[in-house]
Design a protein around this ligand. Structure first.
Ligand code: SAH
Length: 464
């Protein structure tokens, strides 16, 4: 992030702008939304600027910009649409100590002006570092449509009430009060009885909340899916929005953690395969401790919480401590890997059953029904199996599996850096060693990438 977004208090501050054409007008329309004292320097100003001067919305000085014109100015805009003139203005304004923006010149500017969605006092600023103005316009249009025009009025009424609401304890109670106002009571009262109604409703709501029973904490055991944030369920998304505390595993992607409420306490209990880990008992204790304080805890686990997630131990701990909980399923790595391969997990005439295996368990490399797995057409998703590839190969071949049985390793399934390593049982350990994956890997026994599988017949067909 090269440009750091902030909101500048321009009340009564001086802002100068040099230029009188289209670029100047576009910027002035934005600047005039603020409470700054705006001075425009233009020898030949557009009629709108002359009008705004007459209406005292700004002060027009009918000459080109000169030394000292930006003294005491917070911001200076060079908007003459002439590179040499803009550079001259920028140098003078900089010397006067102002922050300078040259219109459409990112590198010459100390700041840039974002696209704005205005629901004063709610303001949304959209910036793309100058990279994609089209994108900024689209986002702005979407937000304009999504944010009701009453939002600004509600926020202004709410603003006047903030001090009174401080009688509620900080955190969840205060937040619940405001969300009920903004998303339920406020809009209804405003629609029915106008601003006075919305104002009165705030008082009534506060009385209700002051006399309400204390909230009971709870834990939701939520599947975060394989990594792509778009593969989160709507429920997971909503819970992340509400959580007071998020306790997450190492494999939960950064993009998904970004979706948690800003103020949420984020606790990393990540453990890496064979590496150091937070003890399971500590994870359970942490969940119970926060829920006991009345917090809403989201226990975020990669994929589906019920697949190799030690879910039962966590549920037992919650039951023992009498904490309410629920499970929100997620998309497991096997689903994402199959999608990545363009393959289905079950197929008529190939496999009517699908197995999930773990490559290692508490005792080390895990034992399974190797004879069954070695049969042609079997499909199994092997979690945590990359390190045990040689063991797996040995066991399967010993029980009669064909050396050319397809097996595909998928690293970082569903993520932008996903990698598909197509292999066979005979070559698996060598292929994995050569690929040296360092993200999570799932092995798909019995499946190869669809593209590779159909490429040959399709080529033959095309050239027939
Ligand atoms: N609950 C998870 C699995 C946790 S066990 C789920 O349902 O997916 C951790 C193992 O899951 C990793 O060692 C790896 O085998 C697999 N895994 C998780 N995310 C993955 C991903 N994005 N790509 C490939 N494998 C993944």
């Amino acid at each position: 992030m090269r440009h750091f977004p902030i909101f500048l208090d321009l009340r009564g501050r001086r802002v100068v702008l040099a230029g009188g054409g289209e670029a100047a007008l576009a910027k002035l329309r934005l600047i005039l939304k603020s409470e700054a004292k705006v001075t425009v320097f233009a020898a030949d100003p557009a009629p709108e600027i002359v009008e705004w001067d007459a209406e005292r919305k700004l002060r027009l000085v009918k000459r080109t910009f000169g030394p000292g014109d930006a003294l005491c100015a917070a911001l200076a805009y060079a908007a003459s649409e002439d590179d040499a003139e803009d550079a001259r203005v920028a140098a003078l304004a900089r010397a006067d100590g102002a922050l300078v923006n040259i219109v459409d010149n990112l590198d010459g500017s100390a700041f840039i002006t974002p696209a704005i969605v205005d629901r004063d006092p709610v303001t949304v600023a959209i910036g793309t570092e100058g990279a994609a103005p089209v994108l900024a316009r689209k986002i702005k249009a979407d937000l304009e449509a999504a944010l009701p025009s009453s939002l600004g009025v509600l926020a202004r009424i709410g603003q006047g009430f903030r001090a009174a609401v401080n009688v509620l304890p900080m955190g969840r109670k205060r937040r619940d009060f405001w969300s009920e106002y903004y998303f339920n009571i406020g809009p209804k009262a405003l629609e029915k009885e106008g601003e006075t109604g919305a104002d009165l409703a705030l008082g009534d709501l506060l009385v209700d909340h002051l006399s309400a029973a204390p909230v009971k904490g709870r834990v939701d055991l939520v599947g975060a899916g394989p990594g792509d944030p778009e593969l989160l369920t709507l429920k997971a998304r909503k819970l992340l929005d509400k959580a007071d505390v998020v306790i997450y595993d190492r494999l939960v992607s950064r993009e998904i953690l970004e979706l948690a409420r800003r103020e949420a306490l984020m606790i990393n209990v990540g453990k890496k395969g064979f590496g150091p880990s937070t003890k399971q008992t500590d994870i359970c204790a942490s969940m119970v401790e926060h829920a006991a304080k009345g917090d809403h805890v989201v226990r975020l686990k990669s994929g589906d919480p019920g697949v190799y997630g030690r879910l039962d131990e966590e549920i037992d701990a919650l039951d023992t401590a009498n904490v309410d909980w629920s499970i929100i399923p997620g998309i497991t790595a096997a689903n994402a890997a199959a999608a990545q391969l363009g393959q289905s997990l079950t197929k008529r005439g190939r496999n009517g059953a699908l197995r999930f295996l773990t490559g290692h368990d508490v005792k080390g490399f895990a034992e399974h029904d190797w004879r069954g797995l070695a049969r042609p057409g079997e499909v199994a998703a092997i979690y945590m199996g990359a390190r045990g590839a040689r063991f797996l190969q040995g066991r399967l071949m010993m029980h009669g599996a064909a050396p050319d049985t397809p097996i595909t390793a998928v690293e970082n399934a569903s993520r932008p850096d996903a990698r598909v390593i197509a292999s066979t049982l005979a070559r698996l350990p060598a292929d994995l060693e050569a690929a040296a994956p360092d993200g999570p890997v799932i092995l798909m026994l019995g499946l190869s990438p669809r593209q590779a599988q159909i490429a040959l017949p399709r080529l033959q067909e095309e050239f027939a």
